[in-house]
Design a protein around this ligand. Structure first.
Ligand code: DGL
Length: 280
């Protein structure tokens, strides 16, 4: 008697959720988590010294991911959300084996949302070269629907455009249209935003998708699907924060905290003042 742990008083509930990305794109996931789990504290790490990950080898991404995950775990988190699609594509299994806490990635939720959205059973994925090369989206979608075909297109130019804050006008529009044109030949009716940065261009991608792919084309945001999965996961495991106050967001980066703070303010829609620099 007395040996069973009372779930309601699990001390892990008070710990923050750890979230990491190669840079600032993961804030699109943070924004969705704050919308769906507003009372959760979040500890965010952006590896701005080593971004981008999307053009690197899987081995290098594994090494960087391990360092990021350990930095967050050593500071005390209850669960890890891998916001980066490239890391989720190549390093999720390794992190799940090595870490003694739940690890959620963005690909499985994005794949689930894509299968639910497609009517023609033909899905297009825009992502980094690393994510496309890994085949992670086709695998995740095949495990949910064997009849759905998946067509990938790497869209590397969209990452620097978002980092620059160049979000409207002809340049991003033409880049998005060019990437979508390859998918038009595949007759897809769903476009998955398979990279942390792309949700920032969501409205533009949605408009161009309808123009290039047809009026019934829809856009699936992995960030949103991940936050929904996180909310359900916290509820079923009784791991959600017990407090009712608004959750705090603490941000760590590995380089250039000031420029991160400037762009983060735009991503999150409110001023960001405190960003700490750490070494991995
Ligand atoms: N975070 C990366 C992703 O979601 C995009 C930026 C990068 O290449 O590091 O795939």
């Amino acid at each position: 008697m007395g040996l069973l742990r009372d779930e309601a008083s699990d001390p892990r509930r008070a710990l923050p959720i750890g979230v990491f990305d190669s840079g600032l794109g993961g804030l699109t996931v943070v924004r969705q988590i704050r919308r769906m789990c507003p009372q959760e504290d979040i500890l965010y790490l952006g590896d701005t010294a080593r971004v981008p990950y999307g053009t690197r080898s899987a081995q290098t991404v594994l090494r960087y991911s391990r360092a990021c995950a350990r930095a967050l775990v050593s500071r005390g988190i209850k669960l890890l959300v891998v916001a980066c699609n490239t890391v989720s594509a190549v390093a999720l299994d390794m992190l799940r084996v090595e870490l003694d806490l739940p690890v959620l990635g963005v690909i499985e939720p994005g794949a689930g949302a894509a299968v639910a959205a497609t009517r023609r059973h033909r899905v297009g994925v825009l992502a980094t070269a690393g994510t496309i090369a890994s085949g992670a989206y086709p695998r995740a979608i095949a495990s949910r629907s064997s009849r759905t075909e998946v067509f990938g297109r790497s869209a590397p130019l969209l990452v620097p455009l978002v980092e620059e804050g160049w979000l409207d006008g002809e340049v991003p529009r033409l880049a998005v249209a060019r990437y979508l044109e390859t998918l038009a030949a595949c007759d897809v009716d769903v476009v998955v935003l398979g990279c942390t940065h792309y949700p920032v261009l969501r409205d533009l991608i949605a408009v161009e998708s309808r123009r290039v792919l047809g009026d019934d084309a829809s856009v699936v945001d992995s960030a949103e699907a991940t936050a929904e999965e996180l909310r359900d996961f916290l509820a079923t495991r009784s791991l959600g924060a017990a407090s009712v106050r608004e959750g705090r967001l603490r941000m760590l980066v590995t380089d250039r905290p000031q420029s991160f703070a400037d762009v983060a303010s735009r991503f999150l829609g409110h001023p960001v003042t405190e960003v700490e620099q750490i070494d991995l």
